[in-house]
Design a protein around this ligand. Structure first.
Ligand code: ASP
Length: 323
């Protein structure tokens, strides 16, 4: 049997390239943020820690980083509020936990994990999820904590100037330098998948959803099988993109089902789901995935996806934005 090679893979959303507009410094800022997150979560795996701990740390750090649309830096709803979704799943026993439409939980992924480990339920929403987080002594914050000027400008642009919703953070912000991936065309969600030294898989996803979304809207991220899934027999998957399409196509589970029923290798399964099935329905975005052998896939049909991976025990990590 081949030795297991523990690995962590992360994403910070997918979308359209705005390469001309972006400065080298801004691009570097994203690479550095991704690298710091990979280094910290890679260490957990190198030290023999669990895939669940590695993805929890990676997504917590992504939530704390205002560059990404999850936790601090989350986009605004139409009502100028924040509603956050997050999910975590472990492949060993298919245990899972998720929250949706929460407004005060500083790190929604920690609440999702507490549900997975401490609750008989799988998905809690709104006030009930926040009460549960309080009982678990998780940190609650005023929802202003999540706001940044860039996201507010983005809402005003999408809501008041353009009308409609933007699939994620609005693009050109009025007060900040453009991000490498056009914020108007970027699906802003963060996620992590990992394999640990015991051969266990885990997946975690967290998001602020879409700019100018209707209050109460739930995306694919906290829906198991749609935006997040993990099963040791096949793969761990975290998606980003047009949530409604990922839900209708049950994309994360579809990768695992293809591997299980047709014995497709990981890369072929993710390609079929993203490049063929999602694209044929007009869906846009991508996913990250790892299988029980430590094969990884970072697959997207948009022009770019903030992404990276690091194998346990290796010096380097790999980060990328564009194709
Ligand atoms: N999939 C997320 C959602 O629909 C959005 C995203 O990935 O940006 O909420």
């Amino acid at each position: 049997m081949k030795p297991i090679k523990p690995v962590i893979v992360i994403h910070g959303g997918a979308g359209t390239i705005s390469r001309q507009a972006v400065t080298a410094e801004k691009e570097q800022e994203y690479h550095s943020a991704l690298r710091a997150i990979l280094t910290a979560s890679q260490k957990i795996l190198t030290d023999g820690g669990s895939a669940v701990d590695a993805v929890t740390l990676a997504v917590t750090m992504l939530e704390d980083c205002p560059l990404f649309n999850a936790g601090k830096g989350a986009v605004f709803t139409h009502a100028e509020t924040h509603e956050l979704d997050a999910a975590i799943m472990r492949g060993e026993d298919l245990q899972a936990g998720a929250v949706s439409c929460v407004r005060h939980i500083k790190n929604p992924i920690k609440a999702a994990r507490a549900i997975m480990e401490q609750s008989e339920h799988v998905l809690l929403v709104g006030d009930g999820a926040e009460d549960f987080a309080r009982q678990q002594s998780l940190e609650l914050v005023d929802s202003n904590y999540f706001s940044t000027e860039a996201r507010r400008d983005q809402l005003y642009r999408v809501r008041d100037l353009q009308g409609g919703t933007a699939l994620d953070h609005s693009a050109e912000t009025l007060t900040v330098q453009p991000a490498p991936i056009d914020e108007e065309k970027k699906f802003g969600t963060v996620g992590a998948v990992a394999l640990d030294s015991l051969g266990n898989l885990a997946a975690a996803t967290s998001t602020g959803g879409m700019t100018n979304k209707q209050v109460g809207r739930v995306g694919d991220s906290p829906i198991f099988g749609a935006g997040t899934y993990a099963d040791n027999r096949t793969a761990a998957v975290s998606c980003t993109g047009t949530g409604e399409m990922f839900m209708r196509m049950v994309s994360a589970y579809d990768v695992c089902a293809l591997m299980s029923y047709t014995e497709l290798p990981l890369e072929q399964a993710t390609n079929k789901v993203v490049m063929e099935k999602l694209s044929s329905m007009g869906g846009e975005g991508g996913l990250i995935a790892v299988d029980a052998q430590g094969n990884i896939s970072l697959c997207f049909n948009s022009e770019g996806m903030y992404r990276g991976y690091a194998y346990a025990g290796e010096q380097d990590s790999v980060t990328a934005i564009f194709k």
